[in-house]
Design a protein around this ligand. Structure first.
Ligand code: PLP
Length: 376
C-alpha cells in the first residue's frame, strides 16, 4: 500500500491542474506580454487565473501578484516592506518559528541594522496576543507571522494583529505567510487588515513553480525582483503560465474549505486516537492545531529512522518539517519538549485524498516499527 502523508511538504497535483498545465504547454503557449493573438490569449488566461485566486480570498484581482513560489512571495513582501518604510522606523516583529523563507530574510535585515524581535511560542506552540501587544511599538515598520505553523499546525492570531498596530500608532505593515493555511482555513485578508499575504500553489494540489502575493489596495512596496515589469513591477519575469493556470484550476477544484476541514478533522481525530493507544507514541501538536498537521514522537526511534522505515513500507512522512534538515525543531524546542521527544518527532500531514484504511495501515506500521526496530 502506498500512503502519502507529507502534504505539508507538497501535494499531489489534481487532474484539473495537470490538464490545465498540459493545455497551456501544448496550445496556449504564448507570452502574456506579447502583442499578438497568442499573447492576448495567454494574457486572458493570466487574468482569469488571477480572478480565481482573488475570489478565493474575497479580494480584488488587482491585489493579486503572481510569483514563482511561497519563498519569493515572502522575500518580496518582507524586503519590499522594510525598504519602503525604513525611514519611519527600524523595528520588525516576527516569531521564533517562522519558515526559513521568512526567518532568513529577518537574519539579513538584522545584519542591515533592523532591530528584529522574534517572539517564541509557548509550551502549546502558540503565541498569545499579549506578546505581540508588548513587542509592537511606534518604531515598528513590519509585523510578519505565519498563519499556520508548518511543523505542529498551530493557528497564530494573525487576524487580531492589525488592531494592535493601530492602537500603538505604528506605521507597521502586517505580513502573513499563509502558505500552510491557504485553502485549509478561511483567511480573508481585507477583513483581518492584512497588508501582505503569501501563498503557494504546490501546497494546494497544483504544481511547483507558482505562488502569489496579496498586496492590499492602499499599500505600496518597493519591488525586490527587478526586470521587465511583469506583475505590475512587483515580480518581474515572464509568468509561468502553465503553472499559473494549474494553480487556479486546483483552487477552483478544492472548492469549499469547511467541508474539507470537517472530513480531515474526522480522519485526523481517528488517527490520533488509534496512535495514542500505542505505548511510546506521544502527540506533539496542540489540541487546537489544524487537523491537517499531526506531529508525534515515537519514543526511542530517531526521526530519520522512522522516516526511512515508513518509506520502506510505502509510507511518506517527514522528520519534523521537510525544510529543517539537520536542525532541531524551533517549534518543538520552544514548546520545551525533551531532546528525546524532539529527536524522535515526525510530522504527518493529511489531505482530502487520504482514507481511513490508510490511517489503519499507518497505525499498524507504527506498531511494527516499535517491535522490529527495538529488536536491533
Ligand atoms: N512558508 C511556509 C510556512 C512553508 O511551509 C513553506 C514551504 O514548506 C514556504 C513558506 C515556502 O513555500 P515554497 O515551497 O512555495 O517556496
Amino acid at each position: 500500500m502506498q500512503v502519502y502523508l507529507d502534504n505539508s511538504a507538497t501535494t499531489m497535483p489534481c487532474e484539473a491542474a495537470i490538464n490545465s498545465a498540459l493545455r497551456l504547454m501544448k496550445e496556449e503557449f504564448g507570452n502574456p506580454s506579447s502583442l499578438h493573438s497568442k499573447g492576448f490569449d495567454a494574457s486572458q488566461i493570466l487574468e482569469q487565473s488571477r480572478g480565481v485566486i482573488a475570489d478565493s480570498l474575497s479580494v480584488s484581482p488587482n491585489c493579486i501578484y503572481f510569483t514563482p513560489c511561497g519563498t519569493v512571495s515572502n522575500n518580496t513582501a518582507i524586503f519590499g516592506a522594510a525598504n519602503t518604510l525604513k525611514r519611519r522606523g527600524r523595528k520588525i516583529v516576527t516569531t521564533a518559528f517562522e519558515h526559513p523563507s521568512v526567518a532568513k530574510c529577518m537574519d539579513k535585515l538584522s545584519e542591515d541594522g533592523f532591530d528584529v524581535v522574534r517572539i517564541a511560542p509557548d509550551v502549546n506552540g502558540n503565541i498569545p496576543l499579549s506578546e505581540f501587544e508588548s513587542a509592537i511599538d511606534e518604531n515598528t515598520v513590519l509585523v510578519s507571522l505565519m498563519a499556520v505553523n508548518n511543523e505542529v499546525g498551530t493557528v497564530l492570531p494573525f487576524d487580531k494583529i492589525k488592531k494592535i498596530i493601530k492602537r500603538k500608532n505604528s506605521y507597521a505593515l502586517l505580513h502573513v505567510d499563509a502558505v500552510q493555511g491557504y485553502m485549509k482555513i478561511n483567511i480573508k485578508p481585507e477583513k483581518c487588515g492584512i497588508d501582505l499575504m503569501s501563498v503557494s500553489a504546490h501546497k494546494v494540489h497544483a504544481l511547483k513553480g507558482s505562488g502569489a502575493l496579496y498586496i492590499a489596495k492602499d499599500v505600496r512596496i518597493k519591488p525586490y525582483i527587478l526586470g521587465g515589469g511583469q506583475e505590475n513591477g512587483i515580480c518581474s519575469g515572464t509568468q509561468a503560465m502553465p503553472n499559473i493556470a494549474a494553480f487556479s484550476a486546483a483552487v477552483k477544484e478544492l472548492g469549499d474549505i469547511k467541508s474539507r476541514y470537517e472530513k480531515i478533522s474526522e480522519l485526523g481525530f481517528y488517527l490520533k486516537n488509534e496512535l495514542l493507544k500505542i505505548d511510546g507514541v506521544y502527540l506533539n501538536s496542540p489540541d487546537d492545531a489544524i487537523p491537517y498537521i499531526i506531529n508525534i514522537s515515537l519514543q526511542g526511534i530517531p526521526s530519520q529512522v522512522s522516516v526511512n522505515y515508513m518509506s520502506s513500507k510505502g509510507i511518506c512522512i517527514s522528520a519534523g518539517s521537510a525544510c529543517s534538515k539537520g536542525h532541531r525543531s524551533e517549534a518543538l524546542t520552544a514548546m520545551r519538549l525533551s531532546p528525546e521527544r524532539i529527536d524522535s518527532a515526525v510530522r504527518l500531514s493529511l489531505c482530502y485524498n487520504n482514507t481511513k484504511e490508510e490511517m489503519d495501515y499507518f497505525t499498524v506500521t507504527v506498531k511494527n516499527a516499535f517491535s522490529e526496530l527495538s529488536k536491533k
